[in-house]
Write a protein that binds this ligand. Structure first.
Ligand code: TZP
Ligand code: MG
Length: 229
């Protein structure tokens, strides 16, 4: 998979907790969402043991490969290696970016969560392929978030990236986004000289009654942002 042509527009982060997934099958939810237009998937699982996570990763990878979208693993470089998927997403408390790159190689997609300009600069300098910027809004999906930065915080980071010459580093924002607020948040988040490449969501897809329709809707909304008024 050519990592230069990755489409970040609708970025699904999985969640297997009953509060969000309910009693549904995660593979079915992911496949429906990819069918609807999800362009990239991250397996995020804070509860399963390593073996179960690898098993789920392999199942999801079979699905994402069929639709030619990348699969990334949250936190766990070892799981990504075992699954043989396209990359990882790491937070500020996970393995260092340089170590992850050494283990996964130059072709892997590596994304980093950032909530400040300083973190963004370090990640860009370290060779991150994309940044997950947030948390935009407080969300019941992740209650241990350090920083709620709002659209203004996202915009400051995008502007700093452009000013520092990191236009080539892709960006998504995350935290509390859904079909109702997506266009407004994206619109308020984008800096004059750097746009977002996508939006990352958990509950707006995983908890949706119809994940395929929800993905289609998010894709349509992201790809048809109205002109600023
Ligand atoms: N990182 C920052 S917020 C968040 C993660 C994984 C959860 C976002 O969940 P939702 O349901 O899209 O608000
Ligand atoms: Mg993490």
């Amino acid at each position: 998979m050519d990592t230069n042509t990755i489409n970040y527009a609708v970025y699904l982060v999985t969640d297997n907790t009953p509060a969000i997934l309910g009693s549904r099958d995660l593979c079915e939810v992911v496949e429906a969402s990819v069918r609807g237009g999800t362009t990239i998937v991250q397996l995020r699982d804070k509860t399963s043991d390593t073996g179960a996570m690898i098993e789920m990763g392999k199942k999801l990878h079979a699905i994402t490969r069929k639709y030619k979208v990348p699969l990334l693993i949250n936190d766990r470089i070892d799981v990504a290696l075992a699954v043989g998927c396209e990359g990882v997403h790491i937070g500020q408390d996970d393995m260092e970016l340089s170590a992850a790159r050494k283990l996964l190689g130059p072709d892997a997609i590596i994304g980093v969560t950032v909530s400040t300009i300083e973190e963004a600069m370090v990640a860009c300098k370290g060779g991150a392929d994309y940044l997950g910027i947030g948390t935009v809004y407080a969300t019941p999906t992740k209650t241990n978030t350090k920083n709620i930065i709002g659209a203004a915080g996202v915009r400051d980071i995008l502007q700093a990236m452009a000013d520092a010459g990191y236009d080539h580093v892709k960006t998504v924002c995350i935290g509390g986004l859904n079909a109702e607020n997506l266009q407004r948040i994206v619109y308020q988040s984008e800096a004059p000289s750097k746009k977002l490449d996508g939006v990352a969501v958990v509950s707006a897809l995983v908890a949706a009654p119809d994940p395929e329709a929800a993905a289609r809707n998010l894709s349509q909304l992201f790809n048809s942002l109205p002109p600023f008024v």
